[in-house]
Design a protein around this ligand. Structure first.
Ligand code: HEC
Ligand code: HEC
Length: 464
């Protein structure tokens, strides 16, 4: 991709591939999983490209486009289902586990003792996992370790990747009814960190690669995949109102309550937060002030939600007047976010293995047919985390991840989707490296920092 303005990059990302679907149907040999979203975009644009208006604040200046809460959603019930006690610190699985008779499952679902809390631990851990090695703070008898086969199905890499690197194995298409068991998309998997759920209310796309379009999808996937070893769905045990309650609970986990104003243009703080992206960041020293300037110049281009610093840019998938997601239609297409390949996955610093475990000590390669923009197919042998491409089946999405929020980032180590940077200094060094500057999307946002700029930037990041 050549260097273009932020706006046209956004449009290109959302429409290349999906754009062709407006007139001709999906390109390449694979049907994109996001076809409903793509189709919604096409419907809205009558087959033409849509250009969202605005500048720095894009959608914020028009109206709120973060996922809305559903009317009547009960955050307290959501907390109970999530598996955390009222103190927001202690595990309480009394009402959390999803067990019972299920028709699509064809029998009784029994849980392995896990809840959301198992991997999203309390306010002190910002609803994520502590820094590895996990056995320093979590007993081996915990459902995190005893339930490991639900995710990893005997994979011999699983225990070390979980304990020493904090990474959980995850197959993104495991429950996709349109793909059979021999389909490589059904087999492809990731090693990913559990995300701290602080400020998740501002996400445009959930999960490290942004493939979760709405919280319902995201939470349902978590319920299915982390509590059982089979690939049968049990949708009837996870009704939409329960998901809405859990969403309300998770969306209430903010690093600072004032940020909630960003979700409501009528809030008296809304304009202040939008117009001063650093309003809630305590900046005192000269170094912090200089660091803020470095951040504004090099980092805000992607980390551009004011006062939250995740990725703001998105396109409303279903035209005006339809931004409210209907309670009884969880598949309703939400805004499509903008995701980037900044080279972290290709670098594969931990040398993670991405071939299929086939029993004993055998592994076999996974080859994914990906649709190129010109309609041809590229067969990719998976040797690193392919990111968003595992869900969209599009070449241009290889290695793309969402822009994470940065509030409280000093307490969120290690960093990146694969926990590959141990400290903020390492993160900053990474953004100054050839690996970043030559990456598929990073090269459109070149970053060169001298020693003092790096030091100042870290001091600023520590204030977030
Ligand atoms: C076995 C560990 C595990 C359990 C149990 C678990 N999660 Fe997660 N969670 C993860 C991992 C790993 C990711 C990142 C996955 C990815 O990038 O594909 C994640 C990501 C998420 C995200 C995305 C956050 C963001 O900012 O994009 C949400 C929301 C979430 N989980 C909710 C839940 C809910 C709700 C439950 C309970 C129903 C749950 N999780 C149970 C491991 C877990
Ligand atoms: C081209 C867009 C882009 C630019 C520019 C950018 N980032 Fe990021 N940033 C990302 C993406 C995408 C990720 C997630 C990468 C991953 O997990 O593989 C990320 C991740 C991070 C993380 C890790 C957060 C976590 O929770 O693990 C930090 C910290 C960070 N960026 C800080 C910065 C700083 C500081 C700068 C400026 C020097 C910067 N970013 C510039 C896109 C960008």
């Amino acid at each position: 991709m050549t260097k273009t303005s932020t706006l046209s990059l956004l449009v290109a990302m959302a429409f290349s591939g999906g754009f062709a679907a407006c007139s001709q149907g999906p390109t390449g040999s694979e049907e994109p999983v996001t076809s409903s979203t793509d189709q919604a975009l096409c419907n809205q644009g009558n087959g033409k490209r849509l250009v969202p208006s605005g500048s720095r604040s894009l959608h914020l200046e028009a109206r709120v486009r973060f996922n809305p809460l559903q009317p009547g959603a009960d955050a307290e019930n959501g907390r109970k289902k999530f598996g955390v006690a009222a103190d927001l610190e202690t595990e309480d699985t009394t009402e959390a586990l999803f067990e019972g008779a299920s028709v699509p499952y064809g029998g009784t679902v029994t849980s392995n003792g896990r809840s959301c809390f198992t991997c999203h631990r309390g306010a002190g851990a910002r609803f994520g996992l502590p820094a590895p090695p996990l056995t320093d703070s979590i007993a081996l008898t915990d459902a995190l370790f005893t339930g490991i086969d639900a995710d990893a199905a005997g994979d011999p890499d699983a225990m070390d990747n979980l304990n020493l690197r904090g990474l959980i194995k995850y197959r993104p298409n495991r429950f996709n009814p349109q793909r059979d068991q021999t389909d490589p998309y059904r087999k492809v998997f990731f090693w990913r960190k559990s995300i701290q759920l602080v400020n998740v209310a501002f996400n445009n796309g959930f999960l490290n690669d942004g493939r979760g379009r709405v919280m319902f999808e995201t939470a349902r996937g978590a319920v299915f995949s982390h509590t059982q070893t089979t690939d049968e769905r049990f949708d009837d045990l996870f009704p939409v109102p329960t998901a809405n309650d859990m969403e309300a609970f998770m969306f209430a986990q903010l690093s600072d309550p004032v940020l909630n104003a960003l979700r409501d243009p009528d809030d008296p703080m809304y304009d202040t937060l939008v117009n001063d992206p650093y309003y809630t960041v305590p900046i005192f020293t000269k170094a912090q002030k200089r660091g803020k300037k470095v951040f504004d110049k090099y980092c805000y281009s992607c980390h551009n939600t004011p006062n939250v610093f995740n990725g703001l840019e998105n396109i409303e998938a279903l035209g005006t007047g339809q931004s409210e997601r209907s309670v009884d239609n969880p598949g309703f297409a939400p805004p499509v976010g903008k995701f980037y390949n900044i080279g972290v996955a290709e670098a594969n610093k931990h040398n993670l293995r991405f071939s299929e475990y086939t029993g004993g000590s055998s592994f076999s390669p996974i080859v994914l047919p990906l649709a190129n923009e010109d309609g041809t197919t590229r067969n990719l042998t998976v040797t690193f985390d392919v990111g968003l491409a595992a869900s969209t089946a599009r070449s241009q999405d290889v290695g793309r991840f969402k822009v994470p929020q940065l509030r409280g980032i000093k307490d969120a180590a290690p960093y990146f989707h694969d926990n590959s940077a141990a400290t903020l200094e390492e993160v900053v060094d990474y953004f100054d490296s050839p690996q970043y500057n030559h990456s598929a999307d990073g090269r459109d946002y070149p970053i060169r920092l001298n020693h003092r700029q790096k030091r100042d930037l870290v001091e600023f990041l520590e204030q977030l």
